[in-house]
Ligand binder design. Structure first.
Ligand SMILES: Nc1ncnc2c1ncn2[C@@H]1O[C@H](COP(=O)(O)OP(=O)(O)OP(=O)(O)O)[C@@H](O)[C@H]1O
Ligand SMILES: [Mg+2]
Length: 746
C-alpha cells in the first residue's frame, strides 16, 4: 500500500514521500486497517525498527488537522526525546509546530502551549497534570512510546498513573501506544480499550548469534568465522564488521566498562579512518575539550574519538552525548561503546550490535542475566532502515555450555510478560497525594476509581492495592499533608499541595519540615546532608578504599548532621548508604566552594554529567526546602536557604553571588572579576569596557554584554538569536535526572 492512499491531507503524504517514505510497511498497513485514523485507540506491539513512529505521526497529523486537538508524544529518555523532536520538525514547513519539554520543574513551560506536537518525558507530563495546565484539555491524541516500560519498577508506576490521570481528565482522548514485542500485549490493549496489532515482521533482517572461540553461530544455523588477528573477542568481532564497511555498537553493563572497552578498541579501530574523517573528528574532539573547564573525562572522550571510538553513558553531559550520537550517525565514529541508556527506540547506523555483558549487578541480588526484553531492545539497534541493509546482534560465550544457555535464553525465547509495578508504598503515596492535591480525587471511591484506570487494576485483584492506598492515606494524614472532612472527603493541606507541585516525595517534605521546624540553626553541610538523605536525591557510591576517609570526615563534622547515625558495626547496608549521602553532600560543598569541575571528577570518581545531576537535583531540593519553610512560616531559615539555593545554582561562594546574576558571568568569570578588584555589580559601572575585556576569560563580547546589561550604551554587535525557540530543555529536576540513571558502577 502506498502512503498516498491513506485518507489524510496530501501535503502530509507529499512531505513524507519527499523524505523517502512511499510504501507502507506491512505492520503499518495493519495498524491503519484498525480504524486508528478515525480516532480509535491502538496498541502497536511490533519488532524494533518496524516503523511504529510513522503510524503515531500520521495519527497526530490527522488529529491536528481535523481540529481534534494537540498531540502529546511521551517518551522515557531524553536522547529519544531529542531524536523525535528533531524528526518532527520536518512538519514545520506545513505550519505544524513541535515543542519538546523534558524537565519536570515546578514551572510549566509557556511556549509549549502554542505547539501542536509536544514531545514530553513521562515525568514532565505528570508535572503538567499536577499544575492543572489548562491546555492539557485541548489534547486530542496521546502517543505513548515504549509503553512496555510500565514493567519498570522505578518509572513504570508513574507512566501508568499519568496515563490514568490523563484518561480521567480528558475522557475522549485517543491513545496510540507503541510497544516492543512482549508476550502479553493483549493486557496493554485490554487496559487501554485499544485495538491490538501484533506482528513479527521486520523491514531489515536481523541475524542473532552467539560468538565462541573463532566463530559466530546464528540462530538460523548459519556460521561465520571471525579472524582472530587481535586475540581479543570484542576487537575481533567489531573489526570484522568494519572490514565490511559497517559500524558497530557495543553494549556493556556499566560506565567504567564503556571507557575501558573503548580504550582497548581504539588502536584496532583507528586504521579504519580515512584522512578527512580523522580531520573532522579532530575538530569535534577540540570542541569537546574547549569547553570552559573540560574535565579529564571529556578529554578522554575527545582523544578516543580521534581514533573513531567513543563511549556513551548517562554521566556525559548533553552536549557530549549529542556530539557522540551525531558523529556516529554521520559515520565519522565507527564504534560506540554504551550502557543500556542507548537501548530504547533510537535509530543508529549500527550494522552489528555486540552485547558484551548480558549480566548486570543488582543491589542485594548479585549479578543476574538481563531480561530477554532488554536484550531484544539492544539487539534491535542493529539494522535500521535508514542506515543498513541487514543487521546482526552478537552475544559472547566462553564455553559451549554458556553458548547453549545464551542461544536458548535470548535467541530462541520470547520476551517475558510485563506486569504492573504500581503496588509499592512509595509509588502509591506519591500519586495519591497528587490526585488529592489537584482535586482530581476527593473521596476514597474517587481514588479507587482513578486507580481503577491503571494497568495494575487491569492485571490484578484490587484488594492487592487497597492496602497500599489505605496506608498511603494514613501516612499522608499523619504527616499533615492531607486532612479529612467528616471522615469522607480528603483535602490536601497547603503543605500537601506544595509537595505535589514541587514534584517531591511526601517523605522528603516531612523530613525537611521536621528538621526546619525543630532546629534553630542548620549549617550548609547539615542542610546538604539532609537533602542527600532524602529519597529524591541521587547519591554517589563510596568505595571500600574511601570508607576510612569518610569516617574521619563524619567525626570532624559530627555536630552538623541532623539525622541519627546508623550503626557502623559490620558495615551494614544503612551505614554504607549514610556514607554515600555524606560523600554526595561533600561533593556539593566542593561545588559551592568553587572547586574546579576537573578536580571534582577526580576527587569523587564521577563523570561531568554526574556532577550536574547531583547539583541540579540538590538545587531543586534546596528550593523545595525553602518553599516548605515558607509554607510552615518558619522565617529564621529562609535567608540561609535562599543563599544556599543561589550558591547551588551558580556553584559559587557567597561573596560573588551579586556578579553571577549577570548573564555570561558564571563561577569562573565571576571569581576572575572579583580577584581583579571588581567585587560587585556596582564596581562594574566604573570600569571601561576595554579594560573589562582585557581581564582573562572575559573578552570583548562578554564585556560588552555586561555593560549592556547595566544599561550602558555601547556599540551593538549582532544580537544573538535563539534558535531553539520551542525547546523547553532548561528545567531539569529530580525525576528527569533519574531517567537516564544506570545501575551504579561496582
Ligand atoms: N514505510 C516506511 N518506509 C521507509 N522507511 C520507513 C517507513 N516507516 C518507517 N521508516 C523508517 O524506519 C526507521 C525505524 O522506524 P522507527 O524508529 O519508527 O522504529 P520503531 O518501530 O519505533 O523501532 P523501536 O522499537 O526500535 O523504537 C526510521 O528511520 C523510519 O524513518
Ligand atoms: Mg520507536
Amino acid at each position: 500500500m502506498q502512503i498516498k492512499e491513506l485518507a489524510i491531507n496530501h501535503r502530509i503524504t507529499s512531505l513524507l514521500e519527499n523524505n523517502g517514505i512511499s510504501e507502507l510497511f506491512p505492520p503499518q498497513i495493519m495498524a491503519f486497517e484498525t480504524g486508528v485514523l478515525n480516532g480509535k485507540n491502538l496498541v502497536l506491539a511490533v519488532p524494533t525498527s518496524a516503523g511504529k513512529t510513522l503510524v503515531a505521526e500520521i495519527c497526530m497529523m490527522k488529529a491536528i488537522l481535523e481540529g481534534r486537538g494537540k498531540a502529546l508524544y511521551l517518551v522515557p529518555l531524553r536522547s529519544l526525546a531529542r531524536e523525535k523532536y528533531a524528526d518532527f520538525r520536518k512538519y514545520d514547513s506545513l505550519g505544524i509546530r513541535t515543542a519538546m519539554s523534558v524537565g519536570d520543574y515546578d514551572s510549566p513551560g509557556v511556549r509549549i502551549r502554542e505547539a501542536d506536537i509536544i514531545v514530553l518525558t513521562t515525568e514532565r507530563a505528570d508535572s503538567l497534570v499536577r499544575h492543572k495546565v489548562e491546555w492539557l484539555n485541548e489534547t486530542g491524541v496521546i502517543v505513548v512510546d515504549e509503553i512496555h516500560l510500565v514493567n519498570d519498577p522505578k518509572r513504570g508506576p508513574t507512566l501508568e498513573m499519568v496515563l490514568a490521570k490523563l484518561l480521567k481528565a480528558i475522557p475522549n482522548v485517543q491513545i496510540v501506544a507503541l510497544s516492543a514485542t512482549i508476550s502479553n500485549a493483549e493486557d496493554i490493549a485490554g487496559w487501554l480499550a485499544a485495538e491490538l496489532v501484533i506482528s513479527d515482521w521486520r523491514p531489515i533482517p536481523l541475524a542473532e548469534g552467539v560468538f565462541l572461540d573463532d566463530q559466530i553461530s546464528f540462530s538460523s544455523g548459519k556460521r561465520k568465522i571471525i579472524q582472530r588477528k587481535r586475540k581479543e573477542d570484542s576487537a575481533d568481532i567489531v573489526c570484522d564488521i568494519l572490514d565490511e564497511g559497517g559500524q558497530a555498537l557495543v553494549f556493556v553493563s556499566n560506565r567504567k566498562s564503556t571507557v575501558a572497552v573503548a580504550r582497548r578498541l581504539a588502536p584496532s579501530v583507528k586504521p579504519y579512518l580515512k584522512q578527512d574523517t580523522q580531520e573532522r573528528l579532530a575538530a569535534i574532539a577540540k570542541r569537546i575539550a574547549r569547553k570552559p573547564s573540560a574535565p579529564e573525562a571529556s578529554k578522554n572522550l575527545g582523544r578516543l574519538m580521534m581514533s573513531g571510538v567513543a563511549f556513551h553513558h548517562a554521566g556525559l553531559d548533553n552536549t557530549e552525548r549529542a556530539f557522540v550520537e551525531d558523529s556516529f550517525k554521520q559515520n565519522l565514529l565507527k564504534v560506540v561503546v554504551a550502557t543500556p541508556t542507548l537501548a530504547a527506540g533510537i535509530n543508529l547506523p549500527a550494522r552489528r550490535v555486540l552485547i558484551r555483558d548480558y549480566r548486570r549487578f543488582e543491589q542485594g541480588r548479585g549479578s543476574l542475566p538481563i531480561p530477554i526484553l532488554e536484550y531484544k531492545q539492544m539487539a534491535g539497534r542493529a539494522g535500521r532502515p535508514k542506515y543498513d541493509q541487514y543487521g546482526e546482534a552478537i552475544l559472547i560465550a566462553r564455553s559451549e555450555q554458556e553458548q547453549n544457555f545464551l542461544t536458548e535464553r535470548y535467541l530462541l525465547s520470547d520476551p517475558e510478560m510485563i506486569t504492573s509495578k504500581l503496588a509499592s508504598p512509595e509509588a502509591v503515596r506519591f500519586h495519591v497525594l497528587s490526585s488529592i492535591a489537584t482535586e482530581m480525587t476527593q473521596t476514597r471511591s474517587e481514588i479507587d476509581d482513578l486507580v481503577g484506570k491503571t494497568f495494575f487494576s487491569y492485571q490484578f485483584e484490587r484488594e492487592e492495592i487497597d492496602f497500599h492506598i489505605s496506608s498511603a492515606l494514613s501516612y499522608l494524614e499523619e504527616g499533615e499533608l492531607i486532612q479529612t472532612d467528616n471522615d469522607k472527603s480528603y483535602k490536601a493541606t497547603l503543605l500537601g499541595k506544595r509537595t505535589s507541585r514541587l514534584y517531591i516525595d511526601p517523605s522528603t517534605t516531612i523530613l525537611f519540615r521536621d528538621a526546619l521546624t525543630g532546629t534553630k540553626s542548620i549549617s550548609q553541610l547539615g542542610m546538604l546532608h539532609l537533602i542527600c538523605h532524602s529519597i529524591d536525591q541521587p547519591t554517589t557510591y563510596v568505595s571500600r578504599a574511601e570508607i576510612e576517609d569518610y569516617e574521619f570526615f563524619v567525626d570532624d563534622h559530627i555536630s552538623d548532621f541532623l539525622v541519627d547515625f546508623p550503626d557502623s558495626w559490620e558495615l551494614s547496608e544503612n551505614y554504607a548508604e549514610f556514607l554515600s549521602e555524606v560523600k554526595t553532600a561533600r561533593l556539593l560543598i566542593y561545588w559551592i566552594s568553587e572547586k574546579s569541575e576537573i578536580d571534582m571528577t577526580e576527587d569523587f570518581g564521577v563523570g561531568m554529567g554526574d556532577i550536574h545531576r547531583y547539583v541540579q537535583s540538590a538545587e531543586w531540593l534546596t528550593y523545595a526546602a525553602s518553599e516548605i519553610a515558607k509554607t510552615m512560616n518558619v522565617k529564621h531559615h529562609l535567608a540561609d536557604l535562599h543563599t544556599l539555593y543561589l550558591q547551588m545554582k551558580y556553584g559559587v561562594k557567597e561573596d560573588i553571588l551579586d556578579l553571577v546574576g549577570l548573564r555570561g558571568i558564571g563561577r569562573v568569570r565571576g571569581r576572575m572579576l572579583s580577584s581583579h578588584g571588581l567585587k560587585t555589580v556596582a564596581d562594574l559601572y566604573h570600569v571601561a569596557v576595554e579594560e573589562l575585556a582585557r581581564i582573562p576569560t572575559i573578552g570583548t563580547s562578554v564585556a560588552e554584554s555586561v555593560k549592556r546589561q547595566l544599561g550602558i550604551e555601547i556599540k551593538l554587535q549582532d544580537q544573538e538569536t535563539e534558535d531553539n525557540e520551542y525547546v523547553d530543555d532548561s528545567l531539569d529536576s529530580i525525576q528527569t535526572l533519574l531517567e537516564d540513571f544506570e545501575p551504579k558502577d561496582f
